[in-house]
Design a protein around this ligand. Sequence first.
Ligand code: C2E
Ligand code: MG
Ligand code: MG
Ligand code: MG
Length: 280
Amino acid sequence: CAKAGGGRTYRLFDVEMDNRLQAKQVMEQDLRQAFVEGQLDLHYQPIISLLEGRITGCEALLRWRHPVHGHIPPAEFVPLAEDIGLIEPIGEWVLHRACREAATWPEGIRVAINLSPAQFNSGKLVDCVSSALSCSALDPGRLELEITESVLLLKNEATMTALHRLRDLGVQIAMDDFGTGYSSLSYLRSFPFDKIKIDRSFVHELGENKQSTAIIRAITGLGKSLESTTVAEGIETIEQLEHLRADGCDEVQGFLLSRPVPAAELKQLLATWHPDRLAL
Ligand code: C2E
Ligand code: MG
Ligand code: MG
Ligand code: MG
């Protein structure tokens, strides 16, 4: 009867919840272990100037190769790390590791590092960045910190103070995933970002969707007025590249130019990159 059926569904649901909870706990344990045992790694993706064709910087991106499940995307484990309070130590490791790596690159090439909102909560971020810079002897002007609007959602004075102190160190601040949040425009008002990264969802629809095409043109115009560099993420086709060039976007990043690659491979790419590659 219907009642029995309902009861069974509930029990199944419980079992499913239980399984999911267990799976999450196992994953948490695995992530803690991964961090301690050095299973986390950084890959780097070049960012290229549309005007000069040269590589201006590289974004450091976390990678986790799980011994059983293989590659687990950061979109899955970064939120998990945030949940269990592990993003702070991981974030600190990323800062030190990426700065040390970038110090070995040719002059003038920056490293871009993603920050989580949780890293602003501890009150230790500015010290942590200073220490990463001094340990690596990296010129602060070569470090770029990427934040999303979720950082500014915290809307507290300590966060704004931290951003300004980072700026005072000589570090650049970029607004990541621009245009996807609830009120990206109002966040541009709260801090003078050095860089605006246009979210790849807009780039994906370039040329196909009139709205996205218009929005990109508007953002690059906005960037010029605000004297912020505009970067488009997720360029996969030559058509997208040509659109962005015509719209006056400053820099591009995407699989068309290079996927994120391990540190050693990046060094090779930096040594052999030729501006002509942008003509494609
Ligand atoms: P994000 O900061 O917006 O990074 C750009 C993402 O776009 C990367 O995904 C990159 O691999 C991907 N991407 C680049 N070009 C293309 C393209 O042409 N097509 C497509 N489809 N994708 C492209 P990834 O590495 O999976 O990272 C996802 C997100 O995880 C990052 O988004 C960032 O929010 C977060 N993340 C990665 N590393 C770190 C980290 O060290 N710390 C923190 N807090 N977050 C990180
Ligand atoms: Mg980013
Ligand atoms: Mg992004
Ligand atoms: Mg993101």
